[in-house]
Design a protein around this ligand. Structure first.
Ligand SMILES: Nc1ncnc2c1ncn2[C@@H]1O[C@H](COP(=O)(O)OP(=O)(O)OP(=O)(O)O)[C@@H](O)[C@H]1O
Ligand SMILES: [Mg+2]
Length: 259
């Protein structure tokens, strides 16, 4: 199964920023994690976020959703400063969905019940609820396990349930924290297609995706950023990024390639 990415957004003139982090610094106690980070993710873009363990990728997602507040700096969505906007309002007003790095499902509910619980909240037309849930079950090939409690699902199946839950609300901003983790080869390929389709279906939707499967992620990213040593050390389209000297020395190494 090949990835059909019809276009890369960087070839287009569209430059409208969707999410901006400006001069963000964040410490946990005395330990500084992010040091004066500035980054922009554009409307319609699939942006990859790469960096070693503990560099602050999940922390950046938490700053965008509102789970964490920065010590310094500003966060904007659609050019509106949102530092003081509460989590629920960010989710509703800007249609943000997140696939968290871990957890994200109700362990004692079945796969179907998990999706149904989210559909209760996010599907506006109640008569469409069952249809939307069934659509996700079929889309993510969860039919065989739909009546199994989430705690008994395999790692990859659980991940697929989380992704399906995040997409039920038809989000405008999709944040995915290690969505490829635990997926088998075909599921990885299928998820890549799903993400590319998210962009094709709605070319204003933006996706920020963090993962250690760098090649799988870069294959579908319009642009990516590399974090290291508390900073953004490189950013750009994948083909340029992998040639960047800082990115090579601090993250990719000399032999990494994408095709
Ligand atoms: N609530 C917290 N309290 C204290 N330290 C924290 C907290 N959350 C995160 N950290 C620390 O912040 C750093 C960044 O964590 P984060 O989870 O953002 O890393 P990451 O880049 O997502 O790593 P990984 O690739 O392993 O998922 C880590 O050193 C972590 O221990
Ligand atoms: Mg993380």
């Amino acid at each position: 199964m090949g990835i059909i990415k019809k276009f890369y957004i960087t070839k287009f003139k569209k430059e409208r920023p969707k999410i901006e982090l400006k001069n963000i610094s964040l410490s946990f106690g005395k330990r500084q994690i992010l040091d004066n980070i500035t980054l922009t993710v554009r409307e319609g873009e699939i942006c990859g976020m790469l960096g070693p363990n503990g560099v602050g990728k999940s922390t950046i997602f938490n700053l965008i959703t509102g789970l964490l507040k920065p010590n310094f700096g500003s966060i904007y969505i659609d050019k509106k400063k949102i530092n003081n906007v509460p989590i629920y309002k960010r989710a509703l007003d800007f249609k943000i969905s997140i696939v968290p790095q871990s957890g994200g499902v109700f362990s004692d509910l079945t796969c179907y019940q998990n999706l149904n619980a989210i559909a209760d909240l996010v599907v506006r037309e109640k008569k469409n609820k069952t249809f939307e849930v069934e659509k996700m079950i079929s889309k993510f090939e969860l039919d065989a396990v739909k009546n199994i409690k989430a705690k008994y699902l395999s790692g990859g199946q659980k991940k697929r349930v989380c992704i399906a839950m995040a997409l039920l609300s038809n989000p405008k901003v999709v944040l995915m924290d290690e969505p490829f983790q635990g997926l088998d080869l075909l599921s990885t390929s299928y998820l890549q297609e799903t993400i590319v389709n998210l962009q094709t279906e709605d070319n204003n939707r933006c996706c920020i995706i963090s993962d250690h499967a760098a090649a799988d992620l870069l294959k579908i990213s319009d642009r990516a950023i590399i974090l290291a040593n508390k900073k953004v050390i490189a950013h750009g389209p994948p083909k340029e990024l992998i040639k960047d000297e800082s990115a090579k020395s601090l993250y990719f190494g000399d032999t990494f390639n994408i095709n």
